[in-house]
Design a protein around this ligand. Structure first.
Ligand code: HEM
Length: 456
């Protein structure tokens, strides 16, 4: 336990090296089974997902996220996923490409040649403003502003709830942090419910006037025969009458939960991916040169990139892919085993937890030669086609795989293209770069970098 808390990645790596594809250990009283084989991971996430839930730890996140996609289970999750999935289809979200490049261009204007900045902080702010604009058509230029501040407080507070001490402190309502988090949550609720009410009041709250994800969520309907309960799915049972119901939309409460979920799930991960990418480029100037060549060729006349450039930015794609291989923003995932489950030669007892780690898989020499080397060229179409599906899974997979994957690729590639075309970034000498594997994989001390404006 002590070893795991001190350095979870190293501990898991040494367990898997010693014991192979399935290993068992205890964390406190919890039995944990680490699985470290792409076929087993595929079995758990895709084929046998019904035998698992996401576990009790998520109950805590419900205080903020309610019953949104990340925290709901069973029938409610299936129904919500069915309704929301089409909204995140790559063709649908292309509309947000301009929001992404507009916000990245604002940074280009704000930064000055010779500035030293913490790129983690900059990217958190950037992805937060992008998600606020895309979801609510709301402008948040800094974390100092009301919404940005409230979201940041909630995000940090949810993270603290993951620790046993945080859980104890959470029960003391007079503590300033607990009060602050409550107030931040109430402020956000007020804003989101207010916007929902306003949109619903307009007889024609059409996509053209507010092309944001909130409008799309309000318009989304479940057209299958299983109707959404009037409480928006607060109860997890579905209508079992078998009768065909009219298409049903989400309740205000359900829309609020999904909005909050998309806010939280949709910005920190991408910010980490971008920060690590800038770090890797700074350490590999030859690769950075090749990136610049591609950007200059595809995005001619120093114009702002658009979604139409993305298919041509093949090397940029490989760089982001390789960056998320080395530093997967979600570095591990767990599943709670409902009933005894057979995997390979073993039976995993109901009540235990299965753990899978993107970090371990992505650094496994069985699938990646020289796994520690940043080598975007390894991602040729041929190499991709022979890798087992779950040897690379930064976005998870199956019914609970990341719904924002297309959004994240679009955002990642467009931000890299917009920023790296203008700036060369170098790590500040002496800055310590260390992994901080919490829920997401952050650089523990941020990423202080010096900015040099490129000659264009
Ligand atoms: C590089 C960026 C991102 C990474 C690496 C990432 C990774 C993941 C992973 C691994 C999961 C699955 C967790 C599990 O199964 O336990 C997930 C779920 C999810 N992600 Fe992402 N994500 C990213 C960006 C986004 C964005 C931009 C959005 C929204 C705009 C988003 C929304 C969600 C949601 C709603 C879920 C829950 C899906 C469900 O359970 O049905 N993510 N993400």
């Amino acid at each position: 336990m002590r070893e795991f808390l001190h350095d979870p990645i190293k501990t898991l790596q040494s367990i898997s090296r010693k014991y192979g594809d399935i290993s068992h250990f205890k964390l406190g009283r919890q039995h944990v089974y680490l699985i470290n084989n792409p076929d087993y991971i595929e079995k758990v996430l895709v084929y046998d997902h019904r035998n698992f839930t996401k576990g009790k730890r998520l109950q805590l996140a419900k205080a903020l996220l309610g019953e949104g996609l990340v925290t709901s289970e069973g029938d409610l999750h299936n129904r919500q996923r069915r309704i929301i999935q089409p909204i995140f289809h790559s063709k649908q979200i292309a509309a947000y490409g301009k929001t992404i490049t507009d916000h990245a261009s604002t940074l280009n204007q704000k930064w000055k040649d010779g500035d030293t900045r913490d790129m983690l902080k900059e990217m958190m702010q950037l992805t937060l403003s992008i998600i606020c604009k895309s979801v609510l058509n709301y402008d948040v230029e800094s974390e100092a502003e009301e919404v940005g501040k409230a979201l940041t407080i909630c995000r940090n507070y949810s993270k603290r709830l993951q620790s046993p001490l945080g859980q104890v402190l959470n029960k003391i309502p007079i503590l300033p942090d607990v009060r602050g988090a409550k107030k931040a949550r109430e402020d956000l609720d007020k804003l989101v419910y207010g916007l929902i009410k306003e949109r619903r009041k307009r007889p024609e709250y059409d996509i053209k006037s507010y092309d944001d994800l909130l409008t799309r969520l309000l318009q989304a309907q479940d057209t299958t025969t299983e109707s959404m309960p009037k409480d928006g799915g607060k109860s997890t049972s579905t209508s079992s009458t078998g009768a065909t119901s009219p298409p049903s939309e989400m309740s205000d409460r359900q829309v609020r939960d999904e909005v909050m979920t998309i806010f939280i799930a949709g910005h920190e991960t991408t910010a980490n991916a971008l920060t690590w990418t800038f770090y890797l480029l700074s350490q590999n100037p030859n690769i950075e040169e090749r990136l610049l060549y591609e950007l200059r060729t595809v995005i001619d006349n120093n114009r702002t990139p658009t979604v139409y450039d993305i298919p041509k930015l093949k090397f940029t794609d490989k760089i982001l892919r390789e960056s998320m291989r080395l530093y997967p923003p979600v570095w591990s995932m767990g599943r709670y085993v409902d009933n005894d489950y057979t995997l390979g030669k073993y039976t995993i007892p109901g009540g235990s937890t299965i753990m899978m780690s993107q970090f371990l898989m992505h650094h496994d020499p069985r699938y990646y030669s020289e796994p520690e080397r940043f080598n975007p060229e390894r991602w040729s179409s041929e190499a991709k086609s022979i890798l087992p599906r779950f040897s690379y899974f930064p976005f998870g997979g199956g019914i609970r795989g990341c719904i924002g994957e297309s959004f994240a690729w679009m955002e990642g590639i467009l931000v890299i293209a917009t920023i790296c075309r203008q700036w060369r970034m170098r790590l500040v000498p002496g800055h310590r770069v260390e992994l901080d594997p919490a829920i997401t994989l952050r650089p523990r001390y941020g990423m202080r970098m010096k900015l040099e404006r490129r000659n264009v």
